[in-house]
Design a protein around this ligand. Structure first.
Ligand code: SF4
Ligand code: SF4
Length: 246
């Protein structure tokens, strides 16, 4: 018989009791999905295979040996904020970018706590922690996890593209040893859309996504940061242009 969801048994993440330590994986997944939804975010799950594990930063490699699954959480950006971008980033976008990252980190923490309350390990990976700038390196690729967890496909702009939100979505990851059911990988792609090619000021994006120029993109975001004293590398123009599949 199919196990009851957290909602069906009248529970929410905020008042699970220790009596539910051994709730099964389906209920845990329903519960953490609800936490994500309560924060306005999407959630997907994938298994951690050797290819994914290989690119984990050394800071998390040891603890990640215990982890079998990765949870991707995606938070949509405000369309209205994105609409203020014309041909360069601005302070409103910078503030919004930080705000969304903070909410993502809060969401990852709440989900990690829920998993740990149910007797499993959970490791939240910060949404936007840059460990090295040239080339840009974090603890892992949130985009790769999100792709494997079914939140979208790899776009021509080298970002995740979600069907509903396009690339206007930011990501965070939680690693866990909880054997959650993985989600389906998206089989969609950009098709003949070229919106981001037209939006990029330096021609970093090509029709062939494998020809994306990281060098050209990176040089441009550094230029924006220098010219405007943002203190962080942001652009946003190809995100704004990306429609997803509307
Ligand atoms: S982030 Fe900016 S510079 Fe980089 S590919 Fe997108 S539009 Fe071009
Ligand atoms: S704007 Fe179009 S081509 Fe570019 S990443 Fe989005 S869907 Fe793909």
């Amino acid at each position: 018989m199919k196990p009851a969801s957290a909602a069906e048994v009248g529970l929410t993440y905020s008042y699970f009791s220790p009596n539910f330590q051994f709730m099964n994986q389906t209920i845990i997944k329903n519960s953490i999905r609800k936490i994500a939804e309560d924060h306005g975010a999407l959630l997907g799950v994938c298994r951690i295979d050797d290819d994914l594990r290989r690119v984990f930063h050394f800071e998390i490699q040891k603890i990640a040996e215990k982890m079998t699954h990765a949870i991707s959480i995606g938070m949509p950006l405000s369309k209205s904020v994105m609409d203020t971008l014309i041909d360069h980033p601005n302070m409103l976008y910078k503030a919004h970018y930080r705000q969304v990252n903070a909410v993502l980190d809060d969401t990852a923490l709440a989900i990690s706590s829920e998993i740990e309350r149910n007797g499993h390990r959970a490791l939240p990976i910060p949404a936007s922690m840059v460990l090295k700038r040239h080339p840009m390196i974090g603890h892992l690729s949130h985009r790769e996890v999100a792709f494997r967890a079914g939140l979208g496909w790899w776009g021509k702009n080298n970002l995740l593209v979600n069907r509903k939100y396009g690339s206007k979505i930011r990501l965070v990851t939680v690693l866990t040893d909880s054997e959650l059911e993985p989600d389906e990988i998206s089989t969609e792609n950009c098709g003949d859309c070229r919106a981001c090619l037209k939006a990029c000021p330096v021609g970093a994006i090509s029709d062939d996504k494998d020809l994306f120029s990281l060098e050209a993109c990176s040089a441009q975001v550094q230029k924006f940061a220098r010219e405007n004293d943002y203190g962080m590398y942001i652009c946003g123009l190809c995100l704004k242009a990306c429609p997803g599949k509307k």
